[in-house]
Design a protein around this ligand. Structure first.
Ligand code: TXA
Ligand code: MG
Length: 318
């Protein structure tokens, strides 16, 4: 098990030595290393068991620092950065040489974000490099939203987990890139599309681009629990299940089924609460003595788009 603590100086020591530390963010926990140190970046891929063609997001604490790593900042990107950073928004921008090719898997753009978590911002302020950090889960599994989730899966492989409590947003950042200076959403996430559009007008959505070189990591069978997950509208759930089943539901229990085998994302139908609970509940269901999980689609408003996206990826078959 990794040591879990709240000491940013301990985290800093490990990072300066080129070692990895799990970090809290408002979206999900990250597996962080010095983004400017090739060997630290390599160990991120190793520890996560992540293919080298899937690039990493770099995290820092100020717009001024971001400018050191990117060679161009389209007007709409700047508008979004000013509105939503620190926050669950990742921008794809042309990279400067300072960012190693390993971080971007050889692409000429780099994914950057300023996360909104006080403990992490404190750490980022004291280190002279950005942190490359994918979500702190083994490749393909559900992202962690608390320190215990990280410890359960990567605890043997890292020395320290900076414990910042539960991730408030609960779902990864929204990734926005630019073509001819026009914003394109490549990954739906913790910042709702409506909020982005309120600032920069209509945006294009290209979230399912597993074949798109802009988001090579958007592989279909991502975020998957170990138990098979079937996704549908609840009206079409079978009357009688042949297998022991757990349920992930939006705002209402199913009658005639033991509530212990049901998780309700938000009793009030609040999308932010639903996103916050999504991954934690999937994990809870995954360790119940059941054979399969049945989940229902949530309404397609606000963070509902990102929630349904994750559920679809979790449900994807090989
Ligand atoms: O909320 C988040 O974004 C979390 C926290 C830790 O910040 N991080 C996260 O990282 O979700 P990860 O590695 O699990 O997902 C990053 C995604 C991948 O799908 C990757 O393909 C995409 O970002 N990405 C990174 N750099 C890219 C680039 N230069 N061009 C296109 N896509 C990129
Ligand atoms: Mg991930």
């Amino acid at each position: 098990m990794a040591i879990t603590g709240i000491d940013i100086n301990v985290a800093k020591e490990f990072l300066i030595k080129g070692e990895l530390v799990a970090i809290p963010t408002e979206t999900v926990y990250g597996l962080a290393g010095n983004a400017l140190n090739d060997s630290a970046v390599l160990s991120i891929f190793e520890v996560k068991n992540r293919p080298a063609f899937d690039p990493l997001i770099i995290h820092t604490d100020s717009l001024e620092k971001v400018q050191r790593y990117v060679s161009d900042f389209p007007e709409k990107a700047l508008l979004l950065a000013k509105h939503f950073w620190p926050g669950p928004l990742t921008l794809l921008l042309p990279k400067k040489q300072t960012i190693p090719d390993l971080v971007t898997s050889g692409l000429d753009s780099v994914a950057v974000r300023i996360p909104n978590h006080p403990l992490l911002l404190g750490l980022l302020q004291t280190i002279p490099f950005p942190l490359a950090a994918p979500s702190a889960n083994p490749f393909g599994y559900i992202s962690p939203t608390n320190a215990a989730h990280v410890n359960a899966q990567l605890g043997e492989k890292i020395p320290y987990i900076l414990d910042g409590g539960e991730s408030e947003v609960g779902i990864e950042s929204t990734i926005v890139g630019f073509e001819n200076d026009q914003p394109i959403v490549y990954r739906l996430g913790g910042l709702a599309v409506e909020e982005i559009e309120a600032i920069v007008g209509k945006v294009r959505l290209m979230p399912h681009s597993s074949s798109n070189p802009k988001a090579p990591g958007m592989l279909k069978s991502h975020y998957a629990p170990r138990k098979p997950l079937y996704l549908d509208r609840r009206e079409t759930f079978p009357e009688i299940e042949e297998k022991l089943t757990g349920y992930l539901l939006f705002n209402q229990y199913l009658e005639n089924i033991d509530p212990e085998y049901q998780r309700i994302l938000s009793k009030n139908g609040d999308m932010k609460e639903a996103a916050h609970n999504l991954f934690a509940y999937l994990r809870e269901l995954d360790i119940l003595p059941i054979q399969q999980i049945r989940a229902e689609f949530v309404p397609m408003t606000g963070l509902g788009l990102a929630i349904n996206d994750r559920l679809q990826r979790a449900a994807a078959k090989e």
